[in-house]
Design a protein around this ligand. Structure first.
Ligand code: USQ
Length: 405
């Protein structure tokens, strides 16, 4: 199978490109290397020392004999180059990770909000328009987010993307009063994004629904939870293949931040009460889920296939307490820089992936290994001044700085 991985130099894209290459896919990475530029803008590097894309690809070939192609293209800006790549390479599948993925970064300033919307929405739309113009039957697999749903579910389980609704109508199609009757429909689950970044994934969803309907494109949208962990079976093969590990206040995600903070003796920065419940998935399971999605495309003319890509849900404070109990670290309840519910429950179905054979890695399997293999091993590279979350959601919020860092 020929597969293009858009955003294949990033945190999710890189391990996915290797995983699919290892399983016999012919892979080309399309990437503008913007994530590396953002490291420079923020003055914050990955905790793990990541090699250049050229060195990564050479190392993979040296170790496995498999060559992954690379095209430096800006998906959001260079439509003609995208169209050319699809024409020349003729992929069966395009996987789309090429979006600005950090909620705090998207809230930093008006310029960051505008960049995130321009980049993410244009990238998605360029890809959809190019697939239609290309005219072949490409399956598009997109990395979406659980955050499109929002996090207040009033106790119900979030289904996989669609909600069955039943409306009682008391007017006929011409608007005349009539005996009440029931209308049943399936709609996209109502969205409630918590940041400009999450909002762009909501906008993506509507673009997908439109193109599936209008052009019969085959699209799978993966509503993924928060990734934890760093490496996969393939990125562990050689130091030059190591995946990135973000710990800074903009790009670091909560569990990896806590692991790193415990390794360097920094208090775990629990935002507010830590009552936020979120969905989690290990990076090894993420690559497996993408592979499963690639192998199970929807039929042409079918609506967008939506999978919830998560394996566990946890409250932030429970995670912090768990890590404290394993490592002896201490936690601190810092001001929450975000505008989000202080406490919420979250129940979401992940039945599709389990039915298709996913065997989840649980926190109890991998947490301690992650602390030792990554967080402690590279702790000497940490810049502690980059840890506090400085992007605030509204001018009334304060950065998440502990009292005694
Ligand atoms: N949090 C803390 N302390 C910290 C960092 C975060 O308490 O030091 C809290 C946040 O306030 C939030 C929760 O942890 O309530 C999750 O924050 P996060 O930064 O781990 O995750 P989020 O901003 O939601 O975004 C991440 C990825 C994004 C992906 C999303 C999946 O960056 O690309 O789409 O997780 S989900 O959260 O399910 O929407």
């Amino acid at each position: 199978m020929k597969t293009v991985v858009c955003g294949g130099d990033g945190f999710c894209g890189w391990p996915t490109a290797l995983h699919l290459s290892a399983r016999g896919h012919d892979v080309v990475i399309l990437d503008n290397l913007s994530r590396r530029e953002i490291d420079e803008e923020l003055g914050a590097e990955s905790l793990t020392p990541i090699a250049s894309i050229e060195e990564r690809l050479d190392a993979w070939e040296e170790l496995t004999g498999k060559r992954i192609g690379f095209a430096q293209i800006d998906l959001a800006q260079d439509y003609e180059a995208v169209l050319r790549l699809l024409g020349e390479y003729a992929p069966d599948t395009v996987i789309h990770f090429a979006e600005q993925r950090a909620a705090p970064y998207s809230m930093k300033s008006p310029a960051h909000k505008r960049y995130t919307v321009d980049n993410n929405v244009n990238a998605t739309h360029n890809l959809l328009a190019a697939i239609v113009e290309n005219g072949s039957d490409i399956h598009l697999v997109h990395l979406g987010t659980m955050g499109v749903y929002g996090y207040g579910t009033a106790g119900m389980e979030i289904p996989e993307g669609y909600l069955d609704v039943q409306v009682t109508a008391d007017k006929d199609a011409e608007g005349r009063p009539c005996e009440p009757y029931q209308v049943e429909q399936q709609i996209l689950y109502p969205t409630n994004p918590g940041s400009i970044y999450h909002m762009t994934k909501v906008l993506d969803q509507h673009l997908f629904a439109y193109y599936a309907k209008n052009d019969a494109l085959r699209i799978t949208d993966l509503h993924q939870g928060i990734i934890w962990g760093t490496n996969t079976a393939e990125t562990k093969l050689d130091e030059r293949l190591v995946n990135r590990f973000d710990y800074d206040g903009d790009y670091g995600t909560v569990l990896n931040r806590f692991l790193m903070q415990s390794a360097v003796g920094y208090p775990l920065t629990v935002h507010g009460t830590g009552g936020q419940t979120r969905a989690f998935i290990h990076i090894q399971d993420m690559v497996r889920c993408v592979e499963i999605a690639v192998d199970n495309p929807p039929a042409a003319g079918e609506r967008v296939k939506i999978f919830n890509q998560l394996t566990e849900t946890h409250r932030v404070r429970e995670l912090a307490e768990l890590i404290c109990s394993i490592t002896g670290a201490r936690l601190e309840n810092v001001p929450n820089p975000r505008h989000e519910s202080a406490e919420n429950d979250l129940h979401a179905s992940n039945a599709t992936f389990l039915a298709l054979g996913l065997k989840p890695t649980t926190l109890s399997d991998g947490l301690l290994m992650e602390v030792n293999e990554t967080a402690k091993r590279y702790a000497h590279r940490a810049d502690l001044s980059k840890i506090p979350a400085s992007s605030v959601w509204t001018k009334h919020q304060q950065p998440g700085v502990p009292t005694v860092p």
